[in-house]
Design a protein around this ligand. Structure first.
Ligand SMILES: Nc1ncnc2c1ncn2[C@@H]1O[C@H](COP(=O)(O)OP(=O)(O)OP(=O)(O)O)[C@@H](O)[C@H]1O
Length: 553
């Protein structure tokens, strides 16, 4: 496939709802977009894909008036974009629903919907009852089933996104950008989101959809634009572009074998090349965190990568977090390399040799104002200078090794982490966890927001870590992550319900995560199946759709 921009194949009979051309944007020495373009027709669902750092978020910031391009033209329905800073005018053209909320969590749905326009005339006092009923009417208009008097903080991610979409439409926008909207949704939530988007599309609303899950692009979108290294590479009809061709456009390399790593061996002993016996690096025995998970018993041996699968609220994330010292429980036993570990004590977990990739890099992972070097070396400051000092030169060298090791796209080690693209920030978090060369790496949804090539790279890196005589526990509901593990332990409603050796099928694992019972021949353990409808754990996930990219391997 040529690296050159190709003309749009699909004819556009209507005036595009948004059209950008010749867009260039630099941040200091970094050129984030170079002569880039995009065009979205009314009622179209258009995908924008590209590797981490390709320039997607930068385009979004320009299309929403958050930043100004250095060069280029931007029109909405044939008219020039509003003046920079005229927020109200921009709002009537376009809105972006981000992974992270742009509404105010402590305010109610009604207050958020009418923020800064609570009263029809500005000097009139706010009439709360009227506000609530206006909000209810607005939500009903877009079939959003949410109580306007509820605080945003109490909504699910899915409900919050629907409220944000309704808010955008109420400002008159007919073009909505969705930046990785499915990253925090379970598959049922994704289905409902897609149903809503299709419904709105039928009414003429256009979407620009950004996702690293290529299967979603095929499921939802009619056209796709690919950016690579700040440039427009192609725009094509989704139906005409195969998966391999799409990946090739994103990476600039032809797709040889399978794009994502798969575990081939079910026998951890055979993967232990350290020469040591495959003793347990992690042992959980009847570990219980009341209300979250119960009687979890599992072992991770030296040389192994073990998956801990489970849907939202299955308890798998809390098990991983407990191993990393985030939750305190006195019920059951937790041991790392044979030694009992006090729970709820993060320094103790670190000292015991646990490296941790948290679920939310924004909340738990990074200090965004600090440099890549400082963030990446936060766990190893003791190695950066004598007597508790930190030598900048040693920090830089150490960090540069990690940047090279994990292929982190950054101008240099001194760049603030906040200036990196989302996927590259995630790689810094992984780099930091690996920096201590932990006996056990616990990684929660580690490839979230990471592009397909980097995903392959990170999963390979975890395997390498295990093969060097250590071990990894990958806590995830992403089938690609789990497929790379030697074996997978599945949880449902807070309990372990099955164990799968490599070679499981998507259907089998999904069924276990859905609480349908583990039917795999290799299932070695099946305990405490809970189908009690009164169970307090919520049962929301279906990972079938999450096969996504892997479905094309
Ligand atoms: N405010 C900023 N300051 C400095 N550099 C920036 C800034 N914002 C973006 N960049 C740089 O611009 C490039 C493009 O980043 P962008 O966030 O647009 O990528 P992306 O395609 O959205 O990636 P991802 O999939 O990881 O989110 C990156 O090299 C990034 O480091």
């Amino acid at each position: 496939m040529s690296d050159q921009a190709e003309p749009d194949e699909a004819a556009q009979p209507q005036v595009p709802v948004v059209e950008a051309s010749g867009i260039t944007k630099s941040f200091g020495a970094t050129v984030a977009l170079r002569d880039a373009r995009i065009s979205v027709a009314p009622g179209e669902s258009h995908a924008l894909v590209g590797r981490n750092g390709a320039g997607k978020s930068t385009l979004v910031s320009l299309l929403t008036g958050m930043q100004q391009p250095d060069t280029g033209t931007l029109t909405f329905s044939g008219e020039p974009a509003p003046a920079f800073g005229n927020t109200e005018a921009w709002r009537s053209k376009v809105a972006c629903v981000y992974q992270r909320s742009t509404v105010i969590a402590e305010l109610t749905v009604a207050e958020n919907l009418f923020l800064n326009r609570q009263s029809e005339r500005s000097l009139r006092p706010i009439r709360w009852k009227a506000l609530r009923s206006r909000a209810a009417a607005l939500l009903a208009e877009y079939s959003v089933d949410v109580d306007p008097s509820v605080r945003i903080a109490d909504l699910t991610v899915e409900q919050r996104q629907f409220v944000e979409i309704a808010r955008a439409l109420s400002f008159g926008a007919r073009f909505i950008i969705l930046d990785e909207p499915t990253a925090k949704l379970d598959a049922r939530g994704i289905e409902r989101l897609f149903a809503k988007l299709r419904h709105l599309q039928a009414q003429g609303v256009a979407f620009l959809f950004i996702s690293h899950h290529l299967q979603e692009v095929y499921d939802l979108c009619t056209r796709v634009t690919v950016y690579r290294d700040a440039r427009h590479i192609l725009t094509a009809s989704v139906a005409d572009l195969g998966h391999d061709a799409l990946v090739e456009a994103m990476t600039g390399e032809s797709v040889g074998g399978p794009v994502l790593a798969k575990a081939t061996s079910a026998a951890p002993e055979s993967t232990d090349v350290s020469g040591r016996s495959p003793e347990s690096v992690l042992e959980l025995d009847g570990l219980t965190l009341p209300g979250r998970y119960e009687e979890v018993t599992l072992a991770v041996r030296r040389g192994e990568v073990v998956g801990l699968a489970g849907a939202t609220a299955s308890g798998n994330v809390q098990v991983g977090e407990t191993v990393a010292g985030l939750h305190r429980t006195r019920i059951g036993r937790l041991a790392v390399t044979g030694r009992e570990l006090r729970t709820g004590d993060i320094p103790a977990a670190l000292t015991a040799g646990v490296g941790f990739v948290p679920e939310d890099r924004h909340l738990q992972g990074l200090v965004v104002g600090r440099s890549v070097a400082e963030n990446a070396t936060l766990t190893v400051t003791d190695q950066l200078g004598p007597y508790g000092t930190v030598l900048p030169s040693r920090t830089r060298v150490f960090a540069q090794r990690m940047i090279d090791d994990l292929d982190i796209k950054t101008p240099d080690a001194a760049t603030p982490v906040g200036a990196l693209s989302g996927g590259n920030q995630q790689k810094v978090v992984v780099a930091r966890a690996l920096a201590t060369e932990p006996q056990l790496l616990v990684a929660i949804r580690p490839t979230n927001g990471v592009d397909i090539k980097s995903k392959e790279f990170l999963l390979g890196r975890f395997r390498q870590h295990a093969e060097s005589g250590r071990a990894a526990l990958i806590v995830s509901d992403e089938l690609d992550d789990l497929r790379s593990c030697d074996r997978v332990v599945a949880m449902f409603h807070g309990r372990v319900v099955g164990e799968f050796a490599a070679g499981w099928t998507d259907e089998q694992l999904v069924a276990a995560m859905e609480g349908m019972g583990a039917t795999h021949e290799d299932t070695t353990e099946q305990t405490h199946e809970t189908n009690d409808p009164h169970d307090t754990y919520s049962h929301t996930h279906d990972a079938k759709e999450r096969s996504r990219d892997g479905g094309h391997d």
